[in-house]
Design a protein around this ligand. Sequence first.
Ligand code: NAD
Ligand code: GLY
Length: 386
Amino acid sequence: MGHKRKLEFVTPSRRYEIEIGDSLLELSGRWAKKCLGAAAKRVVVVSNLTVYALYGETVTTSLTASGFVVSHWLMKDGERFKTLASAEKLLEFLSHENIQRTDAIIALGGGVVGDLAGFTSAIYLRGIEYFQIPTTLLAMIDSSVGGKTGVNSAFGKNLIGAFHQPKGVLIDIATLETLPQRELTAGFCEMIKHAAISGTALLKKTDELLRKLEFDQNTEFQISNFRSEIAELIAANIAFKTKIVANDERENINKTSPKSRKILNFGHTLGHALEKVTNYRYLKHGEAVGYGILFAAELSKTLDLCGEKDVKLLNDVLHRVGPLPRLANIDEQEVFEAFRSDKKNVAGSLQMILLKGIGKPVIISANEIPHSAIRKVLKRFLQKWS
Ligand code: NAD
Ligand code: GLY
């Protein structure tokens, strides 16, 4: 099968297309025109210096050729710049450029750019259209679809945000070829998150691809040889996410069934806490989620929810994504405190996403779990990975 795929994202608020393929950036102008219609005159490409230097010109040329007046706004590169202060600067730029409600933003980059651009689109003039052109594996399979947007703040990650669905998502898998290996590792961790809660079929498919890529500590992922498989796996991940979000677009706080959107936060309780206690500088988001998956699996086993076999399977698949930075000098108490400010807190209690087995997520209030069990597993976990 070729690299091309077209998926539809259908939620109560919006229906949009996700195109996956090779060398699609050249077609971004035509694609934006088709999605936006004739009224849109101006587009602002939001990106960062790294990504814009690689792909900004291709996208701008294509947009210009399709008749758009194009300007660009570049943020600094890094999770720590996904802030209200950056959003405010972008708002000022949009206002200065006299961007109207018929105009649009194009987010060109990874999840940081996508979340910030999406959030700013949600609040500028009470909402304008935006597109996602994700250029990291993580953004392709997760952050660019589903409409969660937001920024970090001193009191936690992604705690300021809005649900705002994009007008369309364009995934050019060729952009993965310039992505640093560590970012690929981070993206594969998020893929394993989806697989763990989706079921053995997706986990097997992910594992098969990782085996083909033959990553070990001395080699690099050779993704150019496996474009078709990667496109297929990206599509499978998006299809899974689509199904969950269609049922629970705004993550209903009262929903605790395995169909709740909350399950997509699997691995994020420890993941977000680790990012927070390391000031968003040490771990990539996906790497933190990788640790979070293993921690949630360990805790599930300790609580007799799932068996040793499932924990081992997840460890084995995660092992294939490449090395995660060690967790040295992480203070257990600080991590525990960070759990408390997690946005999955409902009515004062943290909701943990655990596993009854592969593909069997369960949402449990931390009140129902003995604190001593969480502390014990956390201590052992941090020691093991230090
Ligand atoms: P990122 O956006 O920081 O990108 C990682 C790095 O790769 C950056 O340095 C970037 O400049 C660089 N880069 C991007 N594309 C490149 C390319 N093609 N070639 C070379 N370099 C490239 O990180 P990320 O992992 O994409 O996203 C993480 C963010 O996504 C976090 O803020 C996380 O909270 C958010 N997120 C949001 C959702 C959601 O549903 N909205 C879901 C998951 C994660
Ligand atoms: N990444 C989690 C969600 O979209 O809900």
